[in-house]
Design a protein. Structure first.
Ligand code: HEC
Ligand code: HEC
Ligand code: HEC
Length: 430
């Protein structure tokens, strides 16, 4: 971690502490009166007559909200029993068991406990870190919350983790989240009817797309709505309608196809987005996917001027072109057009021009597997090139693809690749 980042985090921490203290002094308890609609008598583990229709609706809400992505340990963890590690700039945060197990899960909770935890980040155990996306979930409707409660009660109890997160000081003081909430937590804007509003509800609230696609400031608060964000060594590109960065060249149908199948004529989802498609969006009803597309296509993009591409006779471009022909063109095609559904189109692709190259260096170093979906069951794979390409070759080939076939973006430096190689613990070239 650079000294500058440490410095910023330290100042941030002091600010949060002050804000936290202020809030405690003011004795504000982050109004949770909205949760009075929740029942406070029955516990999750109590045998109950649950309405099968409510369970089914609740399952769909949990899928759209992708609760499983974070609450199920990858590689065979029991469903919703927790133990998934989220890397944040403040340290690793473990997700908790949300099955109705009395000891380690939510078995002893009432519906009101559940509402307060999911919508306000206040678990009976402690204040939650916003790695749990309650800042988005705060606007989940009462009806959807009731249904989800029925669904989680109906699950088999599984013993798991209560979330053994140990962050360093000051972030281990969970009461600081009071300060964080004061700064960044917004509890407003009721849901409205209509397709675009339904789309906004799905994008902002259940889908919590901004958790990845909106950049975070030094304190982990939002900055630049859906303008692109970086997390866990991946970059989630802008989702507004910018032409240089953003979905300006995508149609509604392109967005629907990407969310349903994991790929379209423009791109193939990799990394955390492949997971989101696999666990969540592929199972959402088409009407909901269309509503999200309709909403996203309404977001104006910023006025951007296309930069000049790096000149084709620049030494890095010449070197990159050579690497491309031998190592990449077999799959991505000589003209960068890729193979639909099999290898990402690199030509005129906003994600390839992204200001942050985390996803590009990530995929190039470690390789990647696309989403396996019901619609596209054989997930395409990109092999990792860490063993084969030096930092300079990897930087050159990325500079080349970012500045050829209609793309124009700043060059990637060998230093950027070296940094990614270290962070990803990828191997050194032979
Ligand atoms: C992006 C990852 C992520 C998603 C998505 C997510 N959670 Fe969480 N959740 C977490 C993490 C991490 C924690 C533990 C936070 C902490 O320790 O402060 C947590 C904690 C919780 C808790 C508190 C458990 C306890 O014992 O205190 C509940 C309840 C919960 N989540 C329910 C849900 C539900 C319901 C959904 C879907 C609507 C969901 N979560 C989606 C990451 C996530
Ligand atoms: C866990 C983090 C995460 C969440 C949550 C998430 N995304 Fe993504 N998304 C990413 C990443 C990372 C990429 C880049 C994938 C790649 O490089 O192939 C991406 C890519 C995309 C793209 C392709 C953009 C392009 O220019 O290629 C679209 C469209 C998209 N996401 C839509 C959504 C929507 C809609 C939601 C909410 C329903 C969502 N994402 C939620 C991380 C996320
Ligand atoms: C064996 C076929 C294959 C080869 C060879 C290959 N790729 Fe890929 N590439 C893929 C596939 C498949 C994907 C989609 C991966 C995914 O979505 O997880 C991809 C994705 C990408 C992406 C998009 C990453 C993102 O964020 O979505 C870039 C950039 C890329 N490749 C660059 C290269 C470069 C540069 C080379 C040569 C050094 C190369 N590829 C060689 C198959 C290949």
């Amino acid at each position: 971690m650079s000294w500058l980042r440490r410095y910023r985090i330290a100042i941030g921490a002091v600010l949060i502490v002050c804000a936290g203290v202020l809030v405690v002094l003011l004795m504000r308890n982050g109004d949770t009166s909205a949760d009075m609609v929740a029942d406070d008598t029955a516990k999750a583990a109590d045998k109950a007559q649950l309405d099968p229709k409510a369970i089914e609706r609740g399952r769909a809400v949990a899928v759209a909200a992708d609760c499983a992505a974070c609450h199920t340990r990858p590689g065979g963890g029991r469903a919703y029993a927790g133990g998934y590690t989220l890397q944040t700039p403040f340290g690793d945060i473990l997700s908790s068991n949300i099955t109705p197990d009395r000891a380690t899960g939510i078995g002893d909770w009432t519906e009101r406990d559940f509402f307060r935890a999911v919508r306000h980040g206040r678990s009976p155990r402690h204040m939650l870190y916003p790695a749990m996306p309650y800042p988005s979930y705060v606007r989940i409707s009462d009806a959807d919350m009731h249904d989800m409660w029925s669904y989680f009660r109906s699950l088999p109890a599984a013993s798991g983790d209560t979330g053994g997160t140990r962050l360093g000081f000051p972030f281990n003081v969970r009461e600081l989240m009071l300060g964080w909430n004061l700064l960044f937590f917004r509890n407003d804007a009721p849901a409205r009817a209509g397709e675009v509003n339904r789309g906004q509800y799905l994008v902002d609230v259940l889908g919590h797309c901004g958790a990845c696609h909106t950049a975070k400031n030094a304190l982990g608060g939002d900055s630049g709505y859906l303008g692109g964000g970086t997390l866990q060594d991946w970059h989630a590109p802008a989702l507004h309608n910018g032409m240089q960065h953003g979905l300006g060249s995508w149609s509604d149908a392109d967005i629907v196809a990407y969310l349903k199948t994991g790929s379209n004529a423009h791109s193939i989802a990799a990394g955390p987005m492949a997971e989101a498609v696999e666990h969540s969006t592929q199972y959402m009803p088409d009407a909901d996917l269309r509503a999200m597309a309709a909403y996203l296509k309404k977001l104006p993009g910023p006025a951007e001027t296309k930069p000049q591409p790096v000149a084709a006779n620049d030494p890095a471009m010449v070197r990159g072109a050579r690497v491309y022909v031998t190592a990449c063109s077999g799959c991505h095609a000589p003209g960068g057009t890729g193979i639909a559904g099999m290898a990402t189109r690199l030509a005129d692709n906003p994600a390839i021009r992204a200001p942050d190259t985390a996803s590009l260096t990530h995929v190039l170093m470690t390789g990647s597997r696309a989403a396996a979906t019901d619609a596209n069951p054989t997930a395409a794979g990109m092999p990792g090139f860490a063993w084969k390409l030096s930092d300079a070759d990897a930087a050159a080939v990325l500079t080349y693809v970012r500045n050829t076939w209609g793309n124009a973006a700043p060059a990637v430096s060998a230093g950027d690749v070296a940094k990614a190689r270290r962070a990803l613990k990828a191997r050194k070239p032979m």
